[in-house]
Design a protein around this ligand. Sequence first.
Ligand code: SF4
Length: 575
Amino acid sequence: MDRTQLLNKLWEFQHRLGYISKESISTLSKKLNVSTVEIESVVSFYHFFHKKPTGKHTIYLNNSIISDLKGFEDVKATFEKETGCSFGEYGNKEFSLFETSCIGMSDQEPAALINFQPFTDLTPSKVRNIIQKIKNGENVKDFSSKTISKIHYTPDDDKTVIFRNYELGKSVKEGLKFTPQEIIDKIYKSKLKGCGGAFFDVGYKWQSCKRNEDTEKYIICNADEGEPGTFKDRAIFQHLPGLVIEGMILAGYATGAKEGIIYLRAEYQYFKQKLEDLIQEFYTQNLLGKNIQSIDGFDFEIRIQLGAGSYVCGAASALIESMQGRRGEPPVRMWSATKHGFKHKPTVVNNVESLAYASRIIELGEDYFLSMGTKETPGTKLISISGDVAKAGIYEIEYGTSIRELLGIEMAQATAPYYVQVSGPSGECVSPAEFDRKICMEDILCGGSFMVFNRTRDILHILRNFMEFFKEESCGVCTPCRAGNFILNEKVKKMQRGLASQDDVDEIKKWGKIIKLSSRCGLGKSSPNSLIFSIDKFKDYYNLKIAPSNEFQNVEFDMEAAIHEFDSIIKDTQL
Ligand code: SF4
């Protein structure tokens, strides 16, 4: 057993005992020849590993902004009342309650995971019913929500690329008619961009991995979508998981990799068995295994690696660290994964949606894909729409579709939209003056999260939720991100209390610049975006919130409380 098995082993203990004991850590330390201190540091990094015993039923309630506006507080209070426990504490033998960030259910909030089974559209009466059933001895698996998400196409259903009829093995069989280089050429020509948010050229990654002469290579499917408001990968796993597996097989064929790994976010572990059964079906049909489809020497295996709860692991470099049994911190020195990836071998890391698109492009032909979208971003994109809309769900839109169209009667049917957050908290907010902007490379890109807020929502309340999220999810290795996000959050709180002046706004902008310039990874580089953009885009709103300089110079800011909170964050993030 090597260290890459560490997360799996920790999960075994977590599931079996309800926590990871000192004895479990000591056993693993001997087996893996890794110090207990190091293993403890890994355990403390991930949200879903616990060092103290949890109750028989562990409840994770999503505290994202969408959950908040759909009734989070009432649901939370009911869970506490019915279980007799408080959130954030280890509770009693039966229940432990924790808040958690987005669990990929923004179309059905408030939502929770109970023993990692999904429960959606929660209301106080639903919660009472669920807790009563648990107390009666019913198994949560038997009455969990089915998470059937509505999938909507563009107004023109014929233009869907992803959500067509699926025939197991069709993309692979089509693809194997071509040489590996021809496959890469097709993906290259299609201009397919990574759909996880980085928009890196997929064909370039595959080509770069293929060129590497090393014989040990890997294909990793990044199934760790964690940007609040995104749930498109969940919909793909729900409806078309085979398309993702076929994308991995094609990537293996094209690059010469023989092993594929699906890094599945812990929040989606209710898909694990279904995926494993499907992978088995692929082996049965000789679409995985040795000499696939009788092609001599074309061998490809796929396994699943479960994550353990960490937003920052969605970044490829941190994800690879996590797969190697380490804390999911982005390394100081960033190598291209196609040169030094998993186990320091050439590795392609592609998101779930990108792999699904790669399969369809090979099946339908790159020209079909190129016939849609814009010059720089051909094709379509899946967008998860949530918030103040009548029809929340997944929309497959053609690149070049405007924000106004997404909000309109033929699509999400937003109600008095005022503040729209494109690409989640790390993306960009847009005001009504920008609703004609188009989703594409040439204008505004969207990784998948599209959250809509109407005029009754308070902008600072939204931003406070985002800043709390970043503060919580910062891995803490770089000071500008760790301390800077704390400071920005304090500034937002000050504005909410009506105590902020223009000096605070200037400081927010200065801190934002420092955090963006000196943070190591995407979290820090993007965390100040929404706050800073909003100040410039919603001037009328901020004019009402910000007093002229020195009006509050005599108001005491509770610096001692702020320092105390900051100290406790630093303690939590230290090894
Ligand atoms: Fe960690 Fe933040 Fe630094 Fe990224 S920017 S490595 S999340 S501290």
